[in-house]
Ligand binder design. Structure first.
Ligand SMILES: Cc1ncc(COP(=O)(O)O)c(C=O)c1O
Length: 424
């Protein structure tokens, strides 16, 4: 593409006013996604936003008014969600190695549900709940023995640190169900992510449903909470075809309705847990060209931001084949040529693309990397080589504002903050 992109005016304004590198998040595409998800599934799923995708506090606050549930995977994420205004009762807590201090803080803050990933964790949560005189709501994370082909990353179907393997449930579940201070409300499955194939996602959800039914029956449970890990992917690279959400819905709605029709599941809340599909395509990473070097037949464009700000875009975040994210020259213009786009770090792995086709770039030009609203800044080694933190900006309607995060709320226990506010 060598013309201007529809968001270029905003990106140019963001870079000129707030400097580069920066991340710019747009709320309009997230809103459109939310509407599409609501329409496609006809309200059968409540959405649960996975904070790990993007924990920016302003984004969390905005999502708090649009999405009913939120999933955290560390106590730091819980603190961020609470400071962004989320009630603890709307929060669930996944993560395979939760520490006792994290469980204790989450329980003390009144977390909505713990996602139990092991017998050890169940015992620890039970003991903490008992010591504080509570009965804690939990769901049990099940790890299926298969994941259909087509997912970018698997958390199941092979040896896995996550959840309780389905083969182990006969032994593991009865003692957890007998724990006096845990109230087992249902099951959670997150088995694969970044899938662009509707058929594979549908098959995966069908596996979930079959497992939910089998386990509920076998253990005499009437679950009222079932969490489906969405697995919905986004088209990161040129040539990727977006997933057909309506085809996913058409494939799975009959299964959801059949499940709902069975008395055991009549009262169950179905939640869809997702991150990148909601926010990934709503964000851009904007970096400015610092210099250009012609080297041994390659045109190398050196930018002020790279893998230190955006590790996934450099292909170093679990990608088997390094392929450049979709990107464009802000404002377009110039003949398209092949360039290697690199960041400012003194390492050859700091590379946003090799042989990418972009309109001619000169120092001062801006490049926008797409799909940067999820797993961008917070998934990156920002301290490596000590460049200043990039700014984060949000475009909400016609308003552009700086929303860089303040990490202190992530490091200070929520209870202490509440107490110091009360004392002040
Ligand atoms: C337990 C769990 N929930 C939610 C997510 C979010 O996944 P995605 O951003 O692909 O929707 C992940 C991703 O790894 C996960 O492990």
């Amino acid at each position: 593409m060598n013309g201007a992109h529809p968001v270029d005016e905003w990106l140019g304004r963001a870079a000129d006013r707030h400097g580069t590198p920066c991340f710019v998040y747009f709320t309009a595409p997230i809103e459109a996604r939310l509407n599409h998800l609501g329409r496609a599934f006809g309200g059968r799923f409540k959405l649960s936003y996975a904070v790990k995708a993007n924990p920016n506090p302003a984004l969390l606050a905005w999502l708090g008014t649009k999405v009913p549930l939120i999933d955290i995977s560390s106590i730091g994420e819980m603190r961020l969600a609470l400071s962004a205004g989320w009630a603890a009762s709307r929060i669930s807590f996944t993560g395979p190695a939760k520490r006792e201090a994290e469980l204790a803080e989450a329980i003390a803050m009144g977390i909505g549900e713990l996602v139990i990933e092991s017998p050890r964790e169940a015992a620890a949560a039970n003991a903490i709940a008992r010591s504080t005189g509570r009965r804690q709501d939990v769901v049990i994370r099940i790890t299926p023995d298969r994941v259909p082909r087509g997912f970018g990353d698997h958390m199941a179907g092979r040896p896995s640190p996550f959840g309780i393997d389905v083969e182990q449930t006969d032994a593991a579940l009865p003692p957890i169900l007998a724990m006096q201070n845990l109230n087992v409300r249902g099951f959670h499955i997150y088995s694969g992510t970044q899938c662009l194939h509707a058929d594979a996602v549908v098959e995966n959800y069908r596996n979930f449903i079959a497992l939910f039914e089998r386990l509920a029956e076998r253990h005499g449970l009437t679950p009222d909470r079932l969490i489906f890990g969405s697995g919905l992917g986004i088209p990161y690279h040129e040539g990727d075809v977006p997933i057909d959400l309506d085809a996913v819905a058409a494939g799975i709605v009959p299964g959801l309705d059949a499940l709902r029709a069975s008395p055991r599941f009549a009262r169950a809340r179905f939640a869809l847990e997702l991150g990148r599909y909601l926010v990934g395509e709503a964000g851009y990473f904007v970096t400015r060209v610092v210099s250009v070097k012609q080297s041994r037949g390659s045109r190398i464009v050196l930018c002020d931001g790279g893998m230190n700000n955006h590790l996934p875009a450099s292909g170093m975040f679990g990608m088997v084949i390094r392929r450049a994210y979709r990107m464009h020259k802000v404002g377009g213009g110039g003949d398209v040529e092949k360039v290697d786009l690199v960041g400012p770090l003194c390492t050859s792995i700091d590379r946003l693309g090799s042989g990418v086709d972009l309109p001619r770039l000169e120092p001062g030009d801006l490049v926008a990397v797409h799909n940067s609203g999820a797993y961008g800044l917070s998934a990156s080694p920002v301290h490596f080589i000590s460049h200043p933190m990039p700014t984060e900006l949000m475009v909400d309607g016609e308003v552009l504002r700086a929303v860089s995060r303040d990490w202190t709320s992530c490091h200070q226990p929520a209870l202490e903050r509440t107490e110091s506010h009360a004392a002040a």
